[in-house]
Design a protein around this ligand. Sequence first.
Ligand SMILES: Cc1cc2nc3c(=O)[nH]c(=O)nc-3n(C[C@H](O)[C@H](O)[C@H](O)COP(=O)(O)OP(=O)(O)OC[C@H]3O[C@@H](n4cnc5c(N)ncnc54)[C@H](O)[C@@H]3O)c2cc1C
Length: 439
Amino acid sequence: MTSPSTYDIIGIGIGPFNLGMAALLEPVEDVTSIFFDESAEFKWHPGMLIEGADLQVPFLADLVTFADPKSHYSFLNYLHEHNRMHKFFFFNRFDIPRSEYNHYAQWVADQLDHCHFGKRVTDVIDREEDGERFYEVVVEDREAKVTERYHAKHVVMGTGSIPLVPDGFDEFPVEDVVHTSQYLCHKEGLVKGNEDILIVGSGQSAAEVFLDLLQRQDTGGYHLHWITRSPGFFQLESGKVGQEVFSPDYVNYFHNLSFEKREEELPNLYHLRNGVEEKTLHEIYDLLYHKSIYPNTAPVTIRSASDVKTIEKTDEGRYNVTCHQWMEEADYHVEVDKMVLATGYKPNLPPWVEDMKEKLVWEDEKRFKVNRDYSLAFKEERPNKLFTVTNIEHSHGAGATNLGLAVHRNTTIINKVAGRDVYRESKNTVFQRFGTEKE
Ligand SMILES: Cc1cc2nc3c(=O)[nH]c(=O)nc-3n(C[C@H](O)[C@H](O)[C@H](O)COP(=O)(O)OP(=O)(O)OC[C@H]3O[C@@H](n4cnc5c(N)ncnc54)[C@H](O)[C@@H]3O)c2cc1C
């Protein structure tokens, strides 16, 4: 028998995905759980909580509503508890400010006693005692600097993503070459006393930073450069029928495809996942237009089809950036004081997953096989599941990091662990049929 303190679920990481899991588990008395996060408190992408930036999904994609609209932890109840319901009513929008989503999630995290911050999970060990298998989760308390050990029947890995910085660009001081994930921490240094600032990338984060710096350009007096490898600065596809790929039905369809077909399918959905919101692009263009009335007051250079290749520090303490225009097959140089890299993120896979490598089934060299219920596939079937809500794009499709599907994922996992339908699993949710499956 495992010790009585063995939890049914230990959640690693408390981003929105596992925070939603913790909120949904709170009223479920027969499933015990505990969650750990290495940060001191809940903060949702704090470096990008730019004033005016909105959540890219409707507020209904909160932490619980898709499973339980009556939950205490719904966004509407958050508004109610903060006496903001009327303001929200007159605000009359589905896309809430990103800062408000963060404040809402903090309100939820503050009420959940089984969510523990300042605790870094350093290892997950496969254990067996008296014929019972479990996971030993090793946790470092970051303040007390002590190591704690917890036992779990099942583990949910929700370690999120980490910044993707191109090779060679991580060798410079972060206040000069900053990834968007830390943009707001370094913004004051960016806007003061610089002649040239370069933004690299053309996704939503790049556009938001460009817009933010453009709005401050009059006081900052800098030249803004915006360069992307993409062939252009494109809008995110937002047609409603197209958006239905971010639904439980599509996840089922996608997961049933072969690995090769899934690989083929992901680029087909590129414009639904990459690009800039129409609203942000319009705001940028309108501001550029207004500023163009008085030439040279707001200098900008915008270039696409350009690979930013290398960066060198000059004797004057500036940066010489070499770019390759891949259509013309020609190099050019830009000299700047500061640079913001909007180069995206990659899944944050802890080292202990690598330690389990031999036991796991892999779809290719880098990607583990994930079952439909979000458990990792082990070569030897096991009752103790290691669920993941991180690094599942190849297995569950384009909505892998979408907040709108988080509750659906958590519902699947909770029902699996509980062995019953604690929450109703959504089926036939959209107008389309994705495969040949009968209605
Ligand atoms: C700027 C930005 C805006 C986004 N906006 C939207 C949006 O509007 N709509 C949408 O659908 N999606 C959006 N996304 C995508 C996605 O919803 C978010 O990335 C979301 O935060 C993912 O949640 P998560 O819980 O997987 O991971 P994260 O939010 O990345 O959280 C992971 C947590 O795990 C913790 N952690 C990691 N390793 C350990 C460890 N070893 N021990 C303990 N804790 C650990 C980290 O401290 C972190 O708190 C956005 C992404 C970004 C970067």
